[in-house]
Ligand binder design. Structure first.
Ligand code: O7M
Length: 235
């Protein structure tokens, strides 16, 4: 799905006019923008098909749907959700299977394959106490199971770089190359460059882009940082 090894994924947690404005502003940044993440803020208000349709009128970036958070229900519902998402024209669908279990995760991945959208799986979140109700090794188990199911794209926190290294190493031991999409830069304390140095391939950026005076310039600034960090990264 991604045309380059590195890039930025703006999180469009804004209203539809603003989302279109940002898409318009960055549409020429083919190398810098890996995709656009849309979620509950846009889609609960306007509906997924409309949001995807409006963005695709403006630009041709892959659209990544983060239901904040999907893949938490029974397997049968999760399958139906994947179909609805694919029919709306989405390119990739993000799962957060913490608390749902492996049958739900399996159904999610299977349905994404059937409906030809890319499954992306959240391993661990950025906010404090995220794991308060989870077992200690929940993220590692999700990673292992997802890799076995054929998932190659994961979400993990930019503000916990040591965890990014760990996930890349687990994949390496399984002789698989995975891509990490990392949120948590800027207001949540992570640096785009330190995340990429530690193993992130794409940074998910919300407020730092959509609250910037010049979102396009902010994207270019962040890209410069991650590009340098990627060049000095030891795989
Ligand atoms: O850059 P921000 O902090 O304004 O926005 C961060 C975006 O990343 C926002 O869309 C969150 O829903 C998302 N996110 C997190 O902030 N933390 C996580 O652990 C996971 C995500 C995410 O994108 O999950 C798929």
């Amino acid at each position: 799905m991604f045309n380059y090894q590195l890039g930025i994924i703006p999180a469009l947690d804004v209203d539809i006019q603003k989302a279109k404005k940002i898409a318009e502003a960055v549409k020429g940044l083919k190398k810098e923008i890996a995709g656009l993440k849309i979620g509950s803020i846009l889609c609960w208000q306007h509906g997924l098909p409309k949001v995807v349709g409006e963005l695709k009128k403006v630009c041709d970036f892959p659209v990544i749907f983060d239901a904040q958070k999907a893949c938490t229900d029974i397997p049968d519902i999760v399958r139906k959700q994947a179909k609805v998402v694919a029919n709306a024209g989405v390119n990739a669908f993000i799962a957060a299977p913490q608390g749902a279990g492996s049958a739900t995760l399996t159904a999610f991945v299977d349905a994404c394959k059937e409906y030809q959208i890319v499954p992306i799986v959240v391993l661990e979140m950025t906010h404090p106490e995220f794991s308060a109700f989870l077992s200690r090794d929940a993220a590692e188990k999700i990673l292992e199971k997802s890799i076995d199911l054929g998932v190659r794209n994961f979400v993990a926190p930019a503000n916990k770089p040591e965890r990014l290294k760990l996930y890349k190493n687990i994949a390496k031991k399984k002789r698989k190359v995975i891509k990490i999409l990392s949120p948590g830069v800027g207001p949540q304390g992570g640096g785009p460059d330190t995340a990429v140095e530690a193993g992130a391939d794409f940074v998910i950026v919300g407020r730092a882009i959509y609250q910037a005076e010049e979102p396009k310039e902010e994207v270019k600034r962040i890209y410069d940082l991650i590009d340098k960090a990627y060049s000095s990264r030891k795989e």
